[in-house]
Design a protein around this ligand. Structure first.
Ligand code: FNR
Length: 379
């Protein structure tokens, strides 16, 4: 409503209102390799497009006169009530996406001001202690890419606890990088490697593995990072070790199969994060279409979801398919590119305004009313 009234006064919104507009404006501003890295994905890009198409195959059943003038979008997650069932998904190069190259701090500040939680990536540009402090009163999550060196992994988790993060999200789908032609073409990833390694370079255990400090020889430190970044040998047998690292809620990101959900539950995991990494990792992996089966297998465990969420209506659909909370990836990343903290806040507030209106105009006052019955196949 604020935007409509501002428009009446001739005041235009500061940033584009649609995903297409954000994407186009961000592309114009970004260095082309970084743009390809962020916007691109696995193979020919059909996986990330399928994520978007999957949302468009659903419609929301409209109900009239149901008294939905006041809506409640708040959600309880791991003992905390958040104002909306939406969160910022981890974005590794977020740090270098803002003008000042402190994108993680910008997102943390946006989280503090909006109450929308952030899942902070292992690959932050600023150490997790600084990002954790910037989250203010909004409990955030630390995303772990499990390094090959177990003691470094343990150090990360314990630092995240000390930094005030309230949950650990272990990403399982990136034990090696996906086939991303747009990056391979420009050798982007090796060139980004000097960035976003603050958590490694500041880690006492990682530093103890080096011949020279990262300050003395950043190239050698980056190679040491590259050698321990992924862990192809990680299996379900390692879950007990991961579980034993922390008493914080432990979530597994990239779980999309009901059998894997059951194994996670048996291993004492607290939450499932269903995602195909925004179509960046395994080519042809679905995401939204797998959500209902994941939710059924999870029983009472919370299920987070991301991949392809581009609008408030998409948020409503993911909730109706059973997600407890819905992750936003590239859209808030583009907000960071365009306006840092303010850009992120703008993108999140538009998305939430649209989710709120989609619920209200369709006659649903509370997210508890968003069940599978409110969705209808439209294509
Ligand atoms: C990601 N994603 C990601 N995931 C993760 O667990 N750790 C990470 O460091 C990153 N890094 C990252 C960088 C970039 C540039 C993107 C676009 C994505 C995946 C992310 O958390 C999320 O799963 C997807 O972005 C969701 O899809 P959409 O919303 O971007 O379509």
């Amino acid at each position: 409503i604020g935007l409509y009234f501002a428009g009446l006064g001739g005041q235009l919104p500061p940033y584009p209102l649609t995903f297409a507009g954000l994407e186009a404006a961000a592309q114009e501003k970004m260095e082309h390799r970084l743009w390809d890295y962020v916007a691109g994905g696995a193979g020919d890009g059909h996986t990330q497009q399928s994520n978007i198409d999957a949302f468009h195959r659903w419609g929301v059943l409209p109900r009239m006169l149901s008294g939905a003038a006041e809506r409640d979008l708040s959600v309880e997650l791991f003992g905390h009530r958040y104002p909306a069932p939406v969160f910022m998904a981890p974005i590794g190069v977020l740090g270098v996406m803002t003008d000042d190259e402190h994108g993680d701090l910008a997102a943390a500040a946006a989280s503090a001001s909006s109450g929308i939680p952030m899942v902070a990536s292992t690959l932050m540009q600023d150490p997790m202690e600084d990002v954790g402090a910037a989250l203010g009163d909004t409990p955030g999550f630390f995303q772990l890419y499990t390094p090959h060196d177990r003691e470094v992994a343990e150090s990360f988790v314990h630092r995240a606890e000390a930094a005030g993060f309230q949950g650990i999200v272990v990403t399982l789908d990136t034990w090696t990088l996906g086939f991303r032609p747009r990056d391979l073409q420009h050798a982007t990833f090796p060139q980004l490697r000097g960035y976003c390694l603050a958590n490694y370079f500041s880690d006492p255990v990682f530093r103890s593995r080096l011949q020279a400090t990262p300050e003395e020889d950043p190239g050698a430190a980056a190679i040491a990072w590259a050698l321990m970044f992924g862990n192809p040998t990680l299996t379900w047998n390692d879950l007990a070790w991961l579980r034993g690292l922390t008493d914080l809620p432990l979530l597994l990101k990239g779980i999309c199969h009901p059998d894997d959900v059951r194994r996670a539950k048996d291993a004492g995991v607290d939450g499932i994060y269903c995602s195909n990494h925004g179509g960046r990792q395994a080519a042809s992996a679905p995401a939204l279409d797998l959500l209902p089966a994941v939710v059924d297998a999870a029983d009472d465990m919370p299920v987070l979801f991301d991949s392809g969420v581009r609008s408030g209506a998409d948020v409503v659909k993911a909730l109706a398919l059973g997600a407890t909370a819905v992750g936003i990836g590239r859209p808030y990343g583009y907000g960071a590119v365009l306006g840092g903290q303010a850009g992120i806040e703008f993108v999140l507030s538009c998305l939430l305004a649209e989710a709120d209106l989609t619920m209200g105009l369709n006659g649903y006052a509370s997210i508890t009313e968003l069940t599978r019955e409110v969705l209808v196949r439209v294509t």
